[in-house]
Design a binder for this molecule. Sequence first.
Ligand code: FAD
Ligand code: SF4
Length: 508
Amino acid sequence: MSGSVRVFADYRGDVLESCDVVVVGSGPGGAVVAHGLAKAGRDVVLVEEGPPFTPEDFVVDGAISMSRTMREGGLRATRGFVMPTMQANALGGGSLVNSAICVRSPRTTLDAWAEQYGLSRTGRDDLDPHYQAIEDLVGIAPTPDEVQGPRNLLFREGCRALGWSCEPIARNVVGCRGSGECFTGCRSRAKQSTDVSLVPAAIRSGARVLTSARVERVLTWGRRRATGVEGSIVRPFTGEATHRFRIDAKVVVLAAGCMATPVLLQKSGDLANSSGQVGENLQFHPGVAILGVFPDRTEPQFGATQGYQSLHFVSEGFKMETLWAPPGVFAVRLPGFGLDFKANLARIPYCAVFDSISSCNRSLGSVRARRSGMDPVLHWRLHHEDVRILAKAMWAMAKVFFAAGATSILPGVHGLPDEMRSPDEAEVLLTHSYRPTDLTCSGNHVFSTTRMHGDPRRGVVGEDGLCHDFDNLYVADTGILPRSPSVNPMLTLMAIAHRMSGEIAARL
Ligand SMILES: Cc1cc2nc3c(=O)[nH]c(=O)nc-3n(C[C@H](O)[C@H](O)[C@H](O)COP(=O)(O)OP(=O)(O)OC[C@H]3O[C@@H](n4cnc5c(N)ncnc54)[C@H](O)[C@@H]3O)c2cc1C
Ligand code: SF4
């Protein structure tokens, strides 16, 4: 069977299709499900609101890139504790703009899930074959030294000097040339984002892909059956609706992302919500970053965007990584005005940035549909006890910087010195009495708004991703993770989605 892909210019009128399975969203979750089902011979339609991007479309200017690839121009933020959070609007979803980091969740984390969320077959041994299948499918391998560039290797030097474990990050890339541009799109198409890997593979297996198609409602019949989805064909970058579409399907899989799927369920008449958990339990991995200045040029624009990591403190709640993004993105964090600010900008060729993502399981929020449109209202608060995790993460990153030979660090904490020049001076990062608002965080890893729970009264989906309230409505995005996976979430989501695709195929 040969599949097809439609872009905005292909639509001449309203669209009506029918299929075995309609999958909403082409990010890591949806693409894995669509690919698995198409490969198993099922008739699949994959619906994606965003347009496809080609290497010619990518611009290295961070602000322009964000305005084109991200929802709300990349300026989406939580209320309560104000924290930016980015979700992509593109074929490939988050995988188009992410750093390709692929890490299996630790056994201890998955054991804790089992205990707290009544799960019996989502342990590490259960997921290992699915992790392996995804790793083979999209070519996941540790970042080689040749493309690390100085700033990633300085992180290794610092960790080794301290005796802390660290390793090159495993990524879904083939032929990475270390351009450090993952955030604005991989112009050399080395990153195996789903738009260049699993979506084309699904099309080769017969899947039909509709891009620029925004699902606005899940259609149902009776109390437990979904019958399809409907929505609008939308013009790329403006969202202007030009035509309508409806897809009739035997099975509906929602993979619109942790922020969009709850909105879709709420807008469809509060579906799948007998537990009251749709849109609840919103969790992030709040990220904190520190910039370090070295005596020699680091030329930080070169090297894999995120090439090294340390899992040394994962059991204490945080994971350290190297990081790069367009300088304009970091510039908003630099201290100083006028000439001082200019002087700080001039130090960028001598700097490196490390970040930590933290499992803040006590810091919870919610996703609510707005009266009009499909964008969410996000509420979230950073719990004061989780602030201790972020404080320790910043202290640890400062240690790594100084152990690697940095002459100073810029921690970006309100109420503390803008610049610290010795490990002794940086000890305050651990001992300071922080208010949550002293910290500048960002949260691009999002979870749990349609969480998996063995008890239908306490979660939205079961271990198979099927909504407890339905016989044929599934969710396959990070919203189903019951809580933080302790490490970057993409690979764990893909492993769970891989298992789900096999199980849906078997039931059809
Ligand atoms: C800048 C950045 C860097 C990151 N780096 C990493 C990393 O290196 N490693 C890692 O593990 N994680 C990383 N993440 C997180 C990771 O990208 C996400 O966890 C992952 O993409 C989530 O996959 P998903 O399928 O749940 O949702 P998404 O990737 O968000 O995909 C959802 C898709 O659904 C589409 N959609 C939404 N609403 C609708 C609708 N109504 N109709 C039709 N389509 C719709 C969206 O356009 C999108 O394409 C990063 C995230 C960001 C933003
Ligand atoms: S570092 Fe550059 S070449 Fe490598 S995957 Fe990222 S954008 Fe592509």
